[in-house]
Design a protein. Structure first.
Length: 296
C-alpha cells in the first residue's frame, strides 16, 4: 500500500454557515443527507481517516453564502493554524461578476489558498443541475475572470458533466498558464453504455491539455454507495486517457460518509490501483495532488 496519501478533496463545515444545510431540506444529487446535516469539524475528519494513510489534505469550498466567501477561507485558515489541517485551501470566488480581482485580492491574504472553485455543472436531469445553464462558462464575465487567475497563481476546480467537457476544453485551452482540476473526474452518472461513451469522449476532449488534471473523488455521488467496480472503471480509464501524472485521489468526505467509511473507500481505490507500478500509484495518491495544489 502506498504510504503518505494526499487527499485532494475534502470538506469541513459549520452548519450555521451553509444555506443548504441550515435552511429547509432540499434534494441533493447525493441523496438524503440527514446524518451530515450538522457541524463536520476537522477533528471528526481526522478521526474518520486515521487508518487510511492520509498525511495531507486539501480543503475544497462548500458553498457558504456568496457574500461570506472570505469568511470561509479565513475560518479554514484559522483551523489549519490551530490543528495543522488542512494543508491547502480551494476557496470560492464569484466568476460571474464584472471583475473578480477585488475578491481574489482579499483571498490571497490567506497563505494556504491555492485555487478557487465555482461549480459550473449543468445536466438535462433537473435534480443534477447547479449552474443556471450548460453554457455559463461562456459568459463574458466568467471567461474574463478565469483568465485573471494566472496573475494570482491560482488554479480553477472545473466541475462539469461529460456533456460539457468539450466546451470545458476550450476554456482550458484558452488559459494554458492556469491549472484546471476536473472535479469528481467528470461526474460519471451511471454505467450504461451511452453514459460511459460520453464520459470517455469528454476525457479525451480534455486530454490534449497538460494544464488539466482530474480528481478521482465523489465516485459514490450518483450510486449512493461505495462501488469497487465503478472505482476501478474510473481509475483505469482516467489513467489510460490522461496519464497517472494527471489524476489524483480525493475522498469527498463527509459526503461519502453517507454510505461508507473512509478506510473502506480508500481500500477500494488501492485495489483499483494495484495493477499499476509503484510510480503510477505514487502519482495517483500523492504526486499529482502535491504538484497541482502545493500543500504546505
Amino acid at each position: 500500500m502506498t504510504s503518505g496519501i494526499v487527499d485532494s478533496h475534502f470538506h469541513i463545515w459549520r452548519q450555521a454557515d451553509l444555506p443548504w444545510l441550515a435552511g429547509p431540506m432540499v434534494p441533493r444529487i447525493f441523496g438524503p443527507y440527514q446524518s451530515i446535516r450538522r457541524d463536520y469539524p476537522v477533528e471528526e475528519f481526522l478521526a474518520d481517516q486515521q487508518s487510511s494513510g492520509i498525511d495531507k489534505a486539501i480543503y475544497v469550498q462548500t458553498n457558504w453564502a456568496k457574500e461570506h466567501f472570505e469568511d470561509e477561507v479565513a475560518w479554514v485558515q484559522a483551523t489549519a493554524e490551530r490543528t495543522g489541517w488542512p494543508h491547502a485551501i480551494v476557496g470560492y470566488a464569484d466568476m460571474t461578476v464584472e471583475d473578480v480581482r477585488p475578491q481574489l485580492d482579499r483571498l490571497k491574504n490567506y497563505p494556504l489558498l491555492r485555487g478557487v472553485r465555482m461549480q459550473l455543472h449543468w445536466h438535462d436531469t433537473p435534480e443534477f443541475r447547479f449552474a443556471p445553464s450548460a453554457k455559463q462558462m461562456f459568459e463574458p464575465n466568467v471567461r474574463a475572470n478565469v483568465a485573471r487567475l494566472k496573475d494570482y497563481g491560482l488554479s480553477f476546480d472545473l466541475q462539469l458533466f461529460p456533456g460539457q467537457m468539450a466546451d470545458g476544453a476550450e476554456l482550458v485551452a484558452e488559459n494554458p498558464e492556469t491549472q484546471f482540476i476536473l472535479t469528481h473526474a467528470g461526474m460519471l452518472t451511471g454505467m450504461d453504455p451511452a453514459t460511459q461513451e460520453a464520459w470517455q469522449a469528454g476525457l479525451r476532449a480534455l486530454a490534449p491539455y497538460s494544464n488539466l488534471s482530474a480528481k478521482l473523488s465523489g465516485l459514490g455521488t450518483f450510486l449512493h454507495r461505495n462501488d469497487p467496480a465503478l472505482i476501478d472503471y474510473v481509475v483505469s480509464n482516467a489513467v489510460e486517457i490522461l496519464g497517472s501524472d494527471r489524476v489524483m485521489f480525493g475522498s469527498n468526505f463527509p459526503i461519502e460518509k453517507l454510505w461508507t467509511d473512509h478506510l473502506t473507500m480508500v481500500s477500494s481505490f488501492h485495489d483499483a490501483a494495484a495493477k499499476y507500478d509503484e510510480a503510477t500509484r505514487s502519482a495517483i495518491f500523492r504526486g499529482t495532488a502535491t504538484r497541482v495544489y502545493r500543500p504546505a
